[in-house]
Structure formats: structure tokens, C-alpha cells
Ligand binder design. Sequence first.
Ligand code: ATP
Ligand code: ZN
Length: 210
Amino acid sequence: MIRLAIQKSGRLSEDSLNLIRECGISFINSSLKLKTEATNFPLEILFLRDDDIPGYVADGVADIGIVGENVLVEEGKQQLSIQKLGFSKCRLSIAVPKAAEYRNIQDLQDKNLATSYPNLLQAYLDEQGVKAHIHTISGSVEIAPSIGLADAICDIVSSGSTLISNGLREVESVFRSEAVLISNQELSAEKTRILNQLVFRIQSVRKAQK
Ligand code: ATP
Ligand code: ZN
């Protein structure tokens, strides 16, 4: 039996469950339960907050997991990644108020930036040779400029409509992300065998979709 951690409720949840089903794996999904067992494959599914998934997989509480690369790399656990999954595509971008003057990244020197991804943002600013003040906040990042908390933000964007409705303009793309399958690095031979079967099915599903 292998233990898979997926997001309980959020933007990864539905596509994660659909992928498992498309692999021909059946299970009963009750939104109230924190775990469920597949009926025709040696798999147990744990439902967790996405931010907790890399840590649980690293520690072996779960054997494998599905999470966004943005969260994985932010937490410094990119070595756990084994397979890109092609859904939940988004980018981490810097945005400034619509009317703000902005020519290039140097304009952020000494400015205040609000984000939930301080490590990814810091790495990007270092690479660009820009020193700014990063304020880590856990949610509603896009309202930070309008309440005077920051000059700019760095947040997840897919269509860009949330930025526009908050009077913001996207100026830099910091990181591109999609959902990935991650694995603990010390799986038993038995769990490795099950994981290989699962990865084989995932690859077949993805080929059929192309
Ligand atoms: P949790 O309650 O589990 O902590 P959350 O609010 O942190 O959830 P979600 O907003 O559900 O997270 O996003 C989960 C992941 O989905 C993100 O880390 C990112 O990889 C991806 N994602 C976020 N926003 C979008 C989007 N607009 N379009 C596509 N994928 C997205
Ligand atoms: Zn989260």
C-alpha cells in the first residue's frame, strides 16, 4: 500500500482526483473524510492543505503527493519532484499599481514588496541584483498596495483578471509552475514497485491527452 497526499480543497483538488480516476483507480470520496482507500489499487489518499504536502512527503508521513511547483520550490524541496502533471499551470509574477511608473526591475530597488513566496522572490531579486524589502503575508496579497502596505506585490497569476480588478499591472514573471508528482526519497522496494505502476499509468493518461 502506498500513501498519496493531495490538496483537500482548492485549485489542485479536482484535477488531482480526476487524474487518479483516469488512471483507472476507484475510491469513495467523501468531502468530510481526511483519508480514503482505493478499492482496486494499493493506494491510500490523504487530504491535506497544499503547503503541508512537501513536508509530509519529505518526512514519510505520506509516500507521494501532488503539489504545485511554486509551493515545492518555495519550501526548498524540489528534489522530491518526479513527474510534471500538466495541470494547475500558473506563474508567480510581480505587479505594481496601474498608475505607478515602472520601466524595469531596477525601479524596485529599496521598495516594499508583499508576497506569500519570499524565497522565490528573494532568489529572483538576487539574480537581478536588486535589493528590496520583502514582507511575507499569507493571503490577500493583491490588496497590499491599496492599503499602503507595499509598493508592489509578487503573487500567483493565471489569467491576470484578479490583478486587473485590484488596479494592478503585471511587470515581471518570476517563476512558472504546474502541478507535480513528488515522492519520498527512501521508499521500500514494495512501495517503489507500486509507484512505478502508478507513474506508468499517469504517463499513459498524459500521452492520450496530447
Ligand atoms: P490550501 O487551503 O490547501 O492551503 P491555498 O489557498 O494555499 O490552499 P489554492 O489557491 O487552492 O491554494 O492553490 C493551490 C495551487 O494551485 C497553487 O499553489 C498553485 O500551484 C495553483 N494555482 C493557484 N492559483 C491558480 C490559478 N489561478 N490557476 C491555476 N492554478 C493555480
Ligand atoms: Zn496553501
